[in-house]
Design a protein around this ligand. Structure first.
Ligand SMILES: C[S@@+](CC[C@H](N)C(=O)[O-])C[C@H]1O[C@@H](n2cnc3c(N)ncnc32)[C@H](O)[C@@H]1O
Length: 325
């Protein structure tokens, strides 16, 4: 294990044990080839005695953001999009810290049936090998353990039979949902994703489902949402739950919600991930204000579960068209 990885493991242990606290103010994780530390922005305070500030890349953030990231309420990509997180030095050097934060959160929330499971390993390790065997950090891409567990319980306890997701990625959410189908002995999960075989994911999501013995509950539509979702509607499909975790831009989020509505029966569940991102927050607000949905619950500050109350009955000639949100 390289020196920085050893230091990060130590930081993970300290964060998990509560020995490191994150009081208000600006904080930076500093990381170079041999040393790391957590320093206050004024440079005066090193939280961990005996460690000099590193000179390499750093993740610059504030105590509140760091706390939310450690607790999985906010991932690094969202924090960065919201301007809460900055990178000092090459982003690449900061990525292990992002992975580490997710690992700490996941270690706290992993519970049966995912402790000795491909999903547990994926979330605990925070890396997967690429086609050449080199580790690829999964940090910001996978749904965190508490959301995966929440999805598993929604499907298992609700006896949901057919499920759909937009955005397979490394397969965390699909593993959780397919395991619920497997434990029920029936059910089927469809994932829509155009980039599964691309450079970033390298087929890893499908590989993980196969490795977990869940492939018979799973089907991949290897196409973007705007192609695959109309196809699913035209085939006459219905799903009890639709998870939207694809492209988090307003137009794509609304497109996914529009088609999800056509695929859900009354009483069906719509799950939106990454609701702290402005575009997803707007899409959520628009849906709640204008469509027949109510919010059932949230998974932390990260995902919202909506229930469809009735079919869309807005009149096409209604001059008010929609309410503001
Ligand atoms: C955050 S990842 C999904 C993570 C996954 N749900 C998990 O828990 O591991 C977002 C995914 O959306 C996919 N995606 C991007 N653009 C898309 C599009 N237009 N249609 C469908 N999926 C898309 C990406 O390829 C990526 O796999």
């Amino acid at each position: 294990m390289s020196q920085p990885e050893g230091a990060l493991t130590e930081l993970a242990r300290l964060l998990a044990s509560g020995a490191v606290t994150t009081p208000p103010g600006r904080w930076a994780f500093r990381l170079d080839t041999s040393e790391w530390t957590l320093v206050h922005d004024d440079g005066a305070t090193a939280l961990l005695p005996g460690r000099a500030p590193g000179t390499g890349g750093a993740l610059i953030t504030d105590g509140d953001t760091l706390h939310r990231m450690v607790h999985g309420e906010l991932d690094a990509m969202t924090a960065s999009a919201l301007g809460l997180l900055g990178f000092d030095g090459p982003d690449r050097e900061s990525i292990p810290v992002v992975t580490l934060l997710m690992q700490v959160h996941n270690a706290r929330h992993l519970a049966p049936p995912f402790v000795d499971h491909v999903l547990g390993r994926l979330l605990a390790q925070g890396r997967v090998p690429d086609r050449e065997g080199n580790p690829v950090p999964t940090g910001g891409w996978c749904l965190p353990a508490d959301v995966c567990l929440g999805l598993y319980r929604l499907v298992r306890e609700g006896g949901l039979g057919r499920t759909l997701e937009v955005g397979l990625g490394f397969g965390a959410s699909a593993l959780a949902i397919c395991q619920a189908h497997a434990d029920a002995g029936h059910g089927n999960h469809v994932a829509v994703d155009p980039w599964q075989q691309g450079e970033l994911f390298g087929g890893a999501g499908v590989h993980h489902l196969r490795e977990a013995g869940l492939e018979r509950f799973f089907e991949l539509r290897h196409a973007p949402d705007h192609v695959a979702l109309p196809g699913l509607v035209n085939e006459g499909n219905r799903f009890d739950l639709v998870l939207i975790d694809g492209l988090h831009m307003l137009d794509y989020a609304l497109l996914d919600i529009l088609y999800a509505d056509l695929l859900l029966p009354v009483g069906g569940l719509l799950v939106l991930d990454d609701i702290s991102l402005p575009a997803v927050a707007d899409a959520l607000g628009y849906t709640l204000a204008n469509r027949a949905y109510c919010e059932e619950r949230r998974f932390g500050a990260r995902a919202a579960v909506l229930k469809k109350l009735r079919e869309d009955d807005r009149a096409a000639h209604d001059v008010t068209f929609h309410v503001r949100w």
